[in-house]
Design a protein around this ligand. Structure first.
Ligand code: GCO
Ligand code: MG
Length: 422
């Protein structure tokens, strides 16, 4: 006989959001941290950091979104997301999506804490134990780059992004400092009140990078996964030629070979090369990349849960990508706080079509003190914590040590002064 269990009373949420606060600042970064409080004492955390424009999502949250959250049931994250997205009329864009994204992350954090489960359980559980990450190796020249890669190999990383200074280029290329040795914060310049200007030369870059890659493969062999980021700087024909030349070095991916908004550019590249393409760190919504995914013009989708609007839309995007053989490779530049990195960690643990995760945030004692967590990294694999929720906390006392500091991305120009893509 089959035993029939008495149906337990349905769990109905009566929780209300009572307050939400935004903090801006951090150790060498302007993290934008959202904390949503409820009448039952459970709180949720979100990351709204938009690198070098941090005060804008913070203002969007404080001036427009937080007042609408008070008194709402935090369990209705879907309806609240639709309310903010459809209700905004002027939709999308990185500022608004980073602000929605932080709210969405915080609401998922609250729900998983209510359930007493790590967030990945609400998605369908784990598909893997550790998620492969890649680090950034940079070198002012090739020897410097080889040292930087060796440093990550020694630490057990299985995948490394490689960016190298280009001989004869009047200033550094993307992602590289002009001085030798590891540089921690090359993406943001805090030294002036206007952006620095760099000089870019596509021809010199295209001539030298294959040579640099050749030396890297000679030194490290083919087992180590190597990635390279063009940072949107080549024209479609140039990108096709470059991709073809780089093919022999078996990159894990070639990132942003062309300007992201010109989606047809990738058709030309696909006709000439089978190199795996990763794109999407500047996309804010599925509408920026559904054609790229459906037409299978890319291999990895690089959105971030911050400026792509949070877990709710990104999870949908991951499912769409999975239908078209596109794997994930979420953006994880140093500007992301451990909160969004945790949200991505949970998605990575679940996603059947996980590819790789860019990861640069863990490891400084100041950052760990501001965002205590029990996520761990071993041998280049990220192991998501089993704590309820996102598994990361925010120490408000520590936060008092920091405030907003203005910083800039550099601006790129060609040698004749023509402005180019950063
Ligand atoms: C990456 C990105 C970053 C961006 C940065 C801009 O692949 O990590 O290209 O390095 O330049 O996120 O703020
Ligand atoms: Mg990039």
């Amino acid at each position: 006989m089959i035993a029939v269990r008495k149906q337990e009373e349905a769990v109905e949420s009566t929780m209300k959001i009572t307050k939400a606060e935004v903090f801006v600042g951090g150790p060498g970064k302007n993290y934008v941290t959202l904390k949503i409080m409820t009448d039952e004492g459970i709180y949720g955390l979100g990351d709204a950091t938009l690198n070098n424009r941090e005060t804008l999502p913070a203002a969007y949250l404080v001036d427009y979104l937080i007042p609408c959250l008070i008194g709402k049931d935090p369990c209705n994250s879907e309806d609240l997301w639709q309310y903010f997205y459809r209700g905004a009329y002027f939709r999308r864009g990185p500022i608004a999506m980073a602000a929605f994204g932080a709210i969405d992350m915080a609401l998922w954090d609250i729900k998983a804490k209510m359930a007493g489960m790590p967030l990945y359980q609400l998605f369908g559980g784990k598909s893997r134990d550790g998620a492969m990450v890649y680090a950034h190796a940079t070198g002012a020249d090739i020897d410097d780059l080889i040292d930087s890669v060796a440093n990550y190999v020694d630490k057990g990383y299985k995948a490394v992004r490689v960016q190298c200074g280009i001989p004869g280029m009047p200033s550094s290329s993307y992602g590289v400092s002009e001085t030798r040795g590891t540089v921690d914060n090359y993406i943001t310049d805090f030294s002036g009140s206007v952006p620095n200007e760099e000089i870019w030369d596509s021809e010199k870059y295209m001539r030298y990078m294959p040579e640099a890659m050749d030396k890297l493969r000679d030194t490290f062999g083919f087992e180590l996964k190597l990635l390279h980021d063009v940072h949107h700087r080549l024209l479609p024909r140039e990108a096709a030629q470059f991709a073809r030349e780089m093919e022999q070095y078996r990159l894990f991916w070639l990132e942003d070979p062309t300007p992201a908004e010109n989606q047809d550019a990738l058709r030309l590249l696909r006709q000439h090369s089978t190199i795996p393409i990763a794109i999407g760190e500047v996309f804010n919504s599925v509408w920026d990349c559904n054609k790229l995914i459906e037409d299978e013009l890319i291999d990895f989708i690089r959105v971030a849960v911050t400026y792509a609007g949070g877990i709710t839309p990104v999870k949908r995007l991951v499912d769409l990508a999975g239908m078209h053989n596109v794997r994930t490779g979420f953006h994880g530049a140093p500007s992301h706080s451990p909160i969004s990195m945790a949200a991505q960690g949970h998605l990575n643990a679940w996603a059947p079509n996980f590819g790789i995760q860019e990861y640069l945030v863990l490891g400084t004692p100041e950052c760990d003190a501001l965002f205590p967590s029990s996520h761990t990294m071993t041998d280049g694999l990220f192991h998501v914590s089993d704590e309820p929720g996102l598994g990361v906390d925010f120490d408000e006392n520590e936060a008092k040590r920091y405030s907003y500091v203005q910083g800039f991305h550099p601006v790129a120009r060609l040698e004749d002064g023509t402005l180019w893509n950063y």
